[in-house]
Design a protein. Structure first.
Ligand SMILES: CC(=O)N[C@H]1[C@@H](OP(=O)(O)OP(=O)(O)OC[C@H]2O[C@@H](n3ccc(=O)[nH]c3=O)[C@H](O)[C@@H]2O)O[C@H](CO)[C@@H](O)[C@@H]1O
Ligand SMILES: C=C(OP(=O)(O)O)C(=O)O
Length: 418
């Protein structure tokens, strides 16, 4: 088990380059196995979710090679192995292998996936989507057996615009017979990235980025080259780090348009930024920061994955801020940890009030999930004294080379094995 020790109080300066998007990469890789020849994806982030997923592809006899940030996935000799080992629940996105294997072989045997515990995370909408395409599903001893004689296109209305269900249904439908329509589809930028890859592979899809996606099934898909999008959540995290403990930080390899909801909150708080299309310069460490109210929503609303990191900046605002969590009402594991560091956060059902400003102090804390980990890093950079952050494996699932990136900006960080 690794832990990170951060000496707080150092002002950060310089440039940071954002890595590829975790939530796109973990779907692009399963999508690639639908091809009959090699798919090359560039911009792959160095995170443990990619290592776990690569191991799952190896279990399927897929040839997978990584060099720098380029991943070559050759599914020519793919076998439809049962995925029932512990390796499946190391990450959330292993569930995309359900849709991909179903689309490719009309059969998938896979156990439940893992990922951050943010309260209950059902996959009923994924399964209903597969059933609408003609699949039958059996669930026994934590393993899903999903089979179809034939997959046939259908109109599927999602009760909630779920990212995972939209992508999983896309993966199952690209090779189905006829037309599938996903109504109330998720509109996140990662969906567009997956559709761009599938289209290069020969799929026929319209409407990605809107709430109606139309898929006309094709018989075969082929290899291609794809350059993936940068991580808007990592970029947002660095925007918040820069606002909280930076003097002047330039954040590069960013699509500013993906971050509009966060940028507008930072402006409301009083953070000064120069916003370009593919980079942002943040002038942080301002006094008299204003409190704000934030409500998480599906894209283009404020991302739930950024509310935990933003909470740390809100501890420095003069007055009471409110965060309402509409996607995962139990996503508040960070509050107790931040309170141990001196924050004043009152947690209620589905929301919290942050009373600021408060001085934070270094202590021993525990990442309860990935973005709680990010919040604790920001708090530790700001705190008086040294902070020990435990359960670092959560952070490594989604932040590429976070220690190196922060050290290059002037942070004092050490990683230790317990
Ligand atoms: C790997 C990945 O991309 N993870 C992201 C993805 O997770 P994930 O794909 O799991 O999130 P969803 O968009 O599916 O979930 C959103 C909401 O819908 C509910 N729901 C979802 C599916 C379902 O079948 N039934 C159901 O009730 C969930 O419990 C949750 O309340 O989107 C979330 C919301 O932006 C992000 O926080 C995660 O970082
Ligand atoms: C919740 C997250 O990830 P996952 O869905 O992979 O658990 C996240 O990226 O914040």
């Amino acid at each position: 088990m690794e832990k990170i020790i951060i000496e707080g109080g150092h002002e950060l300066n310089g440039t940071v380059v954002i890595s590829g998007a975790k939530n796109a990469a973990v779907a692009l890789i399963p999508a690639a196995i639908l091809a009959d020849s090699k798919v090359t994806i560039s911009g792959i982030p160095e995170i443990s979710d990619i290592d776990y997923l690569s191991n799952l592809l190896k279990e399927l006899n897929c040839d997978i090679k990584k060099e720098n940030n380029i991943l070559q996935i050759d599914p020519t000799n793919l076998k439809n192995t049962k995925l029932v080992k512990d390796s499946v629940d190391k990450l959330r996105a292993s569930y995309y292998l359900m849709g991909a294997l179903l689309g490719k072989f009309k059969k998938a045997i896979i156990r439940s996936s893992g990922g951050c515990y943010l309260g209950p995370r059902p996959i009923d909408l994924h399964l209903k989507g597969f059933e609408a395409l003609g699949a039958e599903i059996e669930y026994k001893d934590d393993v899903y057996i999903i089979t179809a004689k034939q997959l046939v296109g259908n109109t599927i209305y999602l009760d909630f615009a779920s990212v995972g269900a939209t992508i999983n249904i896309l993966l199952a439908a690209v090779k189905a017979q006829g037309r599938t329509i996903i109504e109330n589809a998720a509109k996140e930028p990662e969906i567009i990235d997956i559709v761009n890859l599938l289209t290069k592979m020969g799929a026929k899809i319209q409407g990605a980025g809107t709430d109606k996606i139309v898929i006309d099934g094709v018989e075969t898909l082929h290899g291609c080259y794809h350059e993936m999008i940068p991580d808007r959540i990592e970029a947002g995290t660095f925007l918040i780090i820069a606002a909280t403990v930076g003097r002047k930080i330039e954040i590069k390899n960013i699509i500013s348009h993906h971050l509009e909801a966060l940028i507008s909150k930072l402006i409301e708080i009083g953070i000064q930024m120069d916003i370009m299309e593919d980079s942002i310069i943040v002038y942080g460490r301002k006094n008299n920061l204003k409190p704000v109210n934030v409500m998480t929503e599906i894209y283009p609303g404020f991302a739930t994955d950024l509310q935990q990191p933003l909470t740390v900046l809100l501890t420095q605002c003069h007055g009471t801020s409110k965060v309402v969590e509409r996607i995962y009402p139990e996503r508040f594991g960070h509050c107790e940890q931040l309170n141990c560091m001196g924050a004043k956060i009152e947690k209620k059902e589905g929301e919290c009030n942050i009373i600021g400003p408060t001085q934070l102090y270094g202590t021993v804390v525990y990442a309860t999930d990935l973005r709680c980990g990010a919040a604790l890093i920001i708090a530790a950079l700001l705190a008086n004294g040294s902070t020990e952050i435990n359960n670092v494996y959560h952070i490594d699932r989604g932040y590429a080379n976070i220690d190196k990136k922060l050290i290059s900006l002037g942070a004092v960080i050490e990683r230790k094995i317990r």
